[in-house]
Write a protein that binds this ligand. Sequence first.
Ligand code: V47
Ligand code: SF4
Length: 380
Amino acid sequence: MTQEAFEQIQSTQPDSDLQRIGKKIFLGERILPDEALLLFEKAGLSWLGALANHVRETKHGDTTYFNRNFHIEPTNICVFSCNFCSYSRLYAHKEEGWELTADQMLDIVKKYDGQPVTEVHIVGGVHPKLTLHFFADLLKKIKAHRPDLHVKGFTPVELDYMFRKAKMSRREGMQFLKDAGLQSLPGGGAEIFAPEIRKQICEDKVDGAGWLEIHRIAHELGMHSNATMLYGHIESFRDRIDHMEQLRQLQDETGGFNTFIPLKFRNKDNAMSHIPESTIVEDMRMYAIARIYMDNFPHLKAYWPMLGRNNAQLTLSFGVNDIDGTIDDSTKIYSMAGSEEQTPTMSTSELVQLIRQARRKPVERDTLYSVVKDYSEVEV
Ligand code: V47
Ligand code: SF4
């Protein structure tokens, strides 16, 4: 955005505090928690969107990344009982659940033989009988079959449970899985770190400090990871800012995070169904503030199977530079929670079109954001 364009958008902003914050954002300065609160409380969507877009274009221009990956969900049986979860079947009701053997999961990997996928994302419930050693063997089998496939897997919720059962420290456990072939951690399980909110929505799983410690260890071992935030339920703006602040501080120390992924709370068939979902305007404001606040996170991702493809397309004007999930992404955790996409699959060609319609430049990436293919000039 040019200085002149910036001055024009500032002239639409009557609030002098917001004008001052807007100037900091334009100049690339970090904003403080209290300033983020003012943005949440007072800033209009178009002014906020223009500033988030400025941050996005300064970092990435029009480039919008996507990745060809597939998911493996080992089980939906879970020892925990998060109130927002529509997906897990408690161990007591395990007749309604599934659990895959290592060979069944390897068969899923083999289904993609010869297809140009670069990543497998492994994530599921926390099954009491699926141990650290079981998953280490699975990782070894996957890497032996397809060494070039990047394995991103397991949230600190799953990891903390596995490590404790195996009587290993978090560092020993992470090293053990890394040696078996684990390369990155996905962003799940973070929810909202604030203890009083966590107590009400997911009391029994790893706490915020534990989540952050496991990611810190992964970064110290040279692995990269993502971070999510589940927003739009009972948390306050302060809780969102506190969550982002803790991530921003860890990122200052380690630099190991690739991507921040705000996840909109969906309210179908879970113990929080009485809570209304956030509006689209609120969603776009969330993405814009995330882009502005998380100044040391290279990427901001919209996970389209959860947000819906139209809304995900809209986020590309509010700070987002990455749309996850292309082929065959039939992840159940969202379709069961009432996401827009009941059978979320999108071909590469559809995804490229979606990015182009937003007047952005589609680029296929691998997990660590190396360019696999630039689709700017490619017919699809
Ligand atoms: O931690 C569960 C969320 C997450 C609901 O790192 C819900 O690339 C909304 O983290 N409404 C798991 N969200 C999925 C996840 C993820 C997905 C895609 C890519 C990456 C990545 C990570 O799903 C959980 C939780 O926050 N979730 N239930 C719900 N009702
Ligand atoms: Fe289990 Fe994850 Fe669902 Fe919580 S969100 S109940 S940890 S599957």
